[in-house]
Design a protein around this ligand. Structure first.
Ligand code: 5GP
Ligand code: ZN
Length: 114
């Protein structure tokens, strides 16, 4: 069993509801959705947070963002708009140390966030 929760999902050791998969990224539904559309988009390779991913492989970060938009289109939220969130570190509430973009859509989202 992979030590990292999202590496375990990539490995198929923990089930998830996949909505998009390419050779380098995976998108799956958040287990505790905060909006009608709440999908997590991750690189299959492990990076602890978005800055580490950006520093190591900006092209892969671009694939993650492209994946977010593809999922938004597939879920029908790209026209009305959506939010992409990369919680980074404790104050932002990052709980899983494998970089993940939250795609949130399907309702009006307030700003500033809590
Ligand atoms: P963070 O708090 O690190 O920004 O986001 C972690 C997200 O992962 C949370 O929104 C949480 O609901 C989600 N999550 C935690 N465990 C699981 C799981 O086992 N499966 C799925 N699909 N999502 C999970
Ligand atoms: Zn991982």
């Amino acid at each position: 069993m992979a030590e990292c929760l999202f590496c375990a999902i990539v490995a198929g050791e923990i089930p998830a509801t996949t909505v998009l998969e390419t050779d380098r990224i995976l998108a799956f539904r958040d287990i505790n959705p905060q909006a009608p559309t709440h999908v997590l988009v991750i690189p299959k390779e492990h990076y602890p947070d978005v800055s580490a991913l950006a520093a190591a492989d900006g092209g892969l970060l671009g694939e993650v963002i492209t994946g977010v938009h593809r999922v938004a289109e597939m879920q029908g939220v790209s026209q009305d708009g959506y939010r992409v969130v990369f919680n980074t570190g404790a104050h932002a509430g990052q709980t899983v140390p494998h970089v993940h973009g939250h795609l949130l859509g399907g309702r009006s989202l307030t700003w500033p966030p809590g």
